[in-house]
Design a protein around this ligand. Sequence first.
Ligand code: FDA
Length: 569
Amino acid sequence: DSGPKYDFVIVGGGTSGLVIANRLSENKAITVAVIEAGDSVFNNPNVTNVFGYGRAFGTHIDWAYQTEDQEYAGGSKQIMRAGKAIGGTSTINGMSYTRAQSVQVDAWELFGNKGWNWDSLFPYYQKSEMFQIPILNQISRGADYYITYHGMNGPLKVGWPTEITNRTMLPALDQTFNQLGVTFNRDVNGGSMVGLTSHPNTVNSEENVREDAARAYYWPYQNRSNLKIITNTSANKIIWSSNSHSEATAVGVEVTTAHGVETIYASKEVILSAGSLKSPVLLELSGVGNPDILRKYNIPIKVNISTVGENLQDQTNNGLSYQGTEFWLGSPTFSVLPSANQIYGNNVSNVASYVNSSMAEYAKVVSNSSKGAVQEANILAAFKLQYDLIFESQVPFAEIVLLPIADSFSSEYWPLLPFSRGSVHIKSANASMPASINPNYFMFKQDLDAQVDVARFIRKAFMTAPLSDFVGDEYTPGMENLPDSASDSQWDDWVKSNYRSNFHPVGTASMLPRNMGGVVSPELKVYGTKNVRVIDASVLPFQLCGHLTSTLYAVAEKAADMIKKQYRL
Ligand code: FDA
């Protein structure tokens, strides 16, 4: 055991990992190391520029994970983007700051995670946040809020970009969507998300630069002598104690640096925060997972948890776009979050009963496609919850982002709660080899229908005054390609050839009771281990209606408190 040694070793200096690193290293007696494959992007304009969404895609700071052929979605592969940098995916994301519908977080507790509910998470949303109150010019353009929802003293700056799209836009959108039954929601961050809104972003409003996990949680604290970030270094696997303990006990992490392979030792814990497409892979490489998979690659089985890497849930993103009749300056921050009732109107009960009658079959398909790793009863229970959220609780059914920029008016949208379930698993015992990532997009007809139904709703909105006055021809999909008379199957084809990942993968190391398919406990500890946790998007057991980072920051804040409590720090 000659390598460097720390109390806590965190794998992944991303959105979640830096929160943990920051909070644990507040105690000077504790040493913390963060292993990060990427490097600093503090001065990278593709990161800092608030208008720069997309510029980092395909560059060296984008993992650009490739999926397997998507057999239910036209057959081609998809790219799943994720940040490779100090700050992780928060350095390349869309910066939207929206939390979740309260009942979705309450569901975590209903499914056996004691202490995890909206009310207990809410103080942690606030703890992480430094809300920047919008100035009059921003308020006149739609920025709105309830101050009681927000935290004023946290590290993460949340607010609006300096320049928001002109002031006539929001009233026009409001008038339009009112006619479609969707009313204005002043602040979606209080647990009630349905409506038209001008949501805040993770942005430093004063300097007009992106706010990311590194700027919030790392750079101002980089001089702490007990906090060490080890960059350009990839974790390969957990190293276990060779003593026979009843639970698997981690002693460190094997890493590959520019100089070769070494071990970084942890005297207390190893925490995986490598993201939902990597943390489960690291578990498998370390011998924690489905024995059928581990045996294939001659990895000794340390803990048998068949659901490691299963339960992968992502959304699918698509868009309609129009010629604009004006020229728009500034950053738009308008989203519409309609409920199923609002999307489907009188038809909602037909859709609900179709979904209701399909779920048993869907559960069978998911279980079979996982070769039994996911139990039918467990996935059926998750589907029933999802049905209740969509059709009883009426959580948002889709997010529609409205983008009047320069001379075009486009939209991006994604149905929020797809039923498709996929997986991420190793394809080799060699950590440098890519994993097999399969989200199974459009595995179920309902997911494809949802995509089409929301597209039709958006087209209807763009044809409704006064929004209709702002647009000319439809560029995408285009009336000549898909006239209003187009059939469902023509729409299906368009969706399959135009969709992309919404980059919100969750669930691959779910926080759930072990007999319900969980990988981590309510303390986020990996079952069967003494001192390994997963803290990142992998642990969210169900997809959320909010963008993910706000909730991930809150989850990591709460997890840090639990760790401190356990060790009396
Ligand atoms: P995250 O990816 O942040 O961190 C993982 C870290 O681990 C990375 O730094 C990675 O380099 C490192 N790592 C991985 N493997 C490693 C290894 N073997 N060794 C060492 N280091 C390793 N959310 C939101 O709230 N608002 C939004 O607008 C958007 N928009 C958006 C757009 C795009 C393009 C993407 C890709 C994502 C979003 N999201 C988003 C989603 C959100 O950004 C995302 O879910 C979280 O940032 C994920 O945080 P995690 O902590 O799970 O992983």
